[in-house]
Design a protein around this ligand. Structure first.
Ligand SMILES: [Ca+2]
Ligand SMILES: [Ca+2]
Length: 560
């Protein structure tokens, strides 16, 4: 009896105690939640770091991406990838997944009223609390059905938050840790709010974080100095797990982590293939099905061995298309925990390699920026067989339109200039590109699938990402004779699968001792590199312009 009473008291206390719950959300912010009968109060502490520099957030993002991919693959099977989970929507409404712009809160006197998909009455208000915090109050009323949920995506230029609404309550969100830039931005453009139906927002957040990771991971942000470019061990482990789950590649640890090659053992045209276990290379691998994230090539300049490359990673001390003497380069490579293998050209290609012509071409592009403009297009070759499993095809234009709003400059850089080249137009904005495409009886997906062409001039020069740059060097050096190839269509996987490398080279004894089964010499890295299909695809005209690369099999159609 007493025990029963005690239990009842504990239960009642448990129900009424306003215990705060603390979580980290998908954007890496800390959330402190207190719930009462009529309100849900949340304090959101934005993290100081971005996803790019915060290894913990990045490791979590990888885990979320895998989980999301599993959910999406199941949904694809059931043909409900782009559907709300709320059954009040008509099942045949193709557009129900689209996010809706609700409004932008710019000042404290404004109230936004909106009819949601789940809550028939939503009102939003903002209040500046101090120099580093604002409060947004969301009143959710008149629920359409018992189990429906709604998601609000709230965003300033730099800060992002998703709030799920389930209870008919007043939700107060206090955004903390805002800095001066945030407040200026907030006063200018406000807190933009989009409404998603539940079940779709998670896909969007996953894609959104991936895009942010790419942007920051590839470009240097002066706000973040290079403090330490080593990859921490837990990040390494998270990546080893990721590639196993996403690519089915079980990475093996090596006993030897460095093999010192003499400079005389590296020749002009040798391809130095690189993998870094940092969460960015692995996303590239997931998209392309390759096992290499970065590509560089050896070239003697004035008798000295140099490594030349197109590089813009935040952890690398130099940017853009560049040369570094090998001695210097290998030091940089060790500092950022690169895995590096040297893939030697076949003798016949080594003979063909014209150092003077290669150098002349290199000097004509040296200092040009990394190829952000066509970054996507070496990999995207088809309408819907290149996208990672987290990204439904219909989401592409929606995502780009939202990125255009939320991440200024992104759409222009990653998308619009390349689309204008395909249409042979200049300066068309997103809506104009869409309408111009429609006039010509085509659409965005078809345009994106059209081949990227060497020689297209972008606003800041030619655009070569790492693997395209290496093929550019090979092309200039005469490896392909007068065969017509577009270097800008080659992913790192396309590069190492090209049948120009010597698979039966007599490797130095030290290489064989470190990795007895590898057909090339791995000079750096804790884990053994692996390149299925290494040097197997004979070069042919216009290769790699129409290749599917869908996970998890990543089958390369013959002649694509
Ligand atoms: Ca392409
Ligand atoms: Ca391609």
């Amino acid at each position: 009896m007493r025990l029963g009473l005690l239990l009842a008291i504990v239960l009642v206390l448990g129900l009424y105690t306003q215990a705060a719950e603390i979580n980290t959300n998908k954007f890496g912010s800390l959330e402190v939640v207190t719930e009462t009968e009529h309100t849900i109060e949340k304090e959101i502490y934005f993290s100081e770091d971005s996803i790019v520099h915060d290894h913990v957030v990045r490791a979590q993002h990888q885990k979320d991406s895998l989980d999301q991919a599993k959910v999406n693959m199941q949904k694809m099977v059931e043909r409900r990838i782009d559907k709300c989970e709320d059954s009040t929507f008509p099942a045949d409404d193709d557009f129900q997944f689209l996010p809706v712009f609700v409004g932008s809160l710019v000042n404290d006197s404004q109230t936004i009223e909106y009819e949601g998909t789940c809550f028939k009455s939503l009102t939003l208000k903002m209040e500046h609390l101090s120099t580093d915090s604002v409060k947004v109050t969301v009143n959710a009323r008149n629920k359409a059905s018992t189990f429906c949920r709604e998601a609000l995506f709230m965003s300033t230029t730099l800060r992002h938050h998703v709030e799920y609404l389930f209870f008919e309550k007043t939700h107060t969100l206090v955004f903390k840790n805002l800095d001066e830039d945030d407040i200026i931005d907030l006063n200018l453009t406000g807190v933009k709010t989009y409404l998603f139906c539940h079940g779709v927002v998670d896909s969007f957040v996953s894609v959104f974080n991936t895009v942010k990771l790419f942007l920051g991971g590839l470009g240097a942000n002066p706000k973040y100095p290079i403090i330490g470019s080593h990859v921490p061990e837990y990040m390494e482990k998270a990546n080893v797990h990721f590639v196993k789950e996403a690519l089915g590649w079980e990475m093996e640890k090596r006993d030897v982590t460095e093999v010192v090659l003499d400079e005389s053992e590296i020749h002009d045209g040798d391809f130095l293939a690189i993998t870094r276990l940092d969460g960015l290379d692995e996303i590239i691998m997931w998209g392309t099905g390759g096992r290499v994230g970065h590509s560089t090539v050896a070239l003697h300049i004035d008798g000295e061995l140099n490594i030349i490359e197109s590089q813009d990673a935040w952890y690398w001390p130099k940017h853009k298309i560049q040369r570094n003497p090998y001695k210097q380069w290998i030091q940089y490579a060790k500092n950022c925990d690169f895995h590096v293998s040297v893939l030697p050209l076949k003798d016949e290609y080594r003979e063909k390699f014209n150092n003077t012509a290669a150098l002349e071409w290199f000097e004509s592009v040296e200092g040009m920026p990394y190829g952000y403009h066509n970054f996507l297009f070496s990999w995207v070759d088809t309408e819907d067989e290149n996208l990672p499993p987290t990204l439904p095809k219909q989401f592409v234009p929606v995502a780009f339109e939202m990125f255009g709003e939320l991440l200024p400059g992104v759409m222009e850089t990653f998308f619009l200039q390349a689309m204008n080249h395909r249409l042979n137009t200049t300066g068309l904005n997103f809506k104009q590109v869409v309408s111009e495409a429609a006039k010509r009886d085509t659409n965005l997906s078809e345009l994106m699938a059209q081949p990227e062409l060497d020689g297209w001039m972008y606003s800041d020069g030619y655009s070569y990402v790492c693997s395209c740059f290496v093929i550019g060097v090979y092309k200039a050096a005469g490896l392909f004779g007068d065969m017509e190839l577009n270097a800008v269509e080659f992913t790192p996987k396309d590069l190492y699968q090209l049948n120009v490398f010597n698979t039966t080279a007599v490797l130095p004894e030290k290489c064989k001792q470190a990795d007895p089964d590898l057909p090339f010499c791995q000079i750096l890295g804790k884990y053994r590199m692996s390149m299925p299909g290494y040097s197997t695809i004979e070069p042919y005209a216009h290769m790699n312009e129409h290749c599917a690369s869908a996970a998890p099999e990543f089958i390369r159609p013959e002649g694509c």
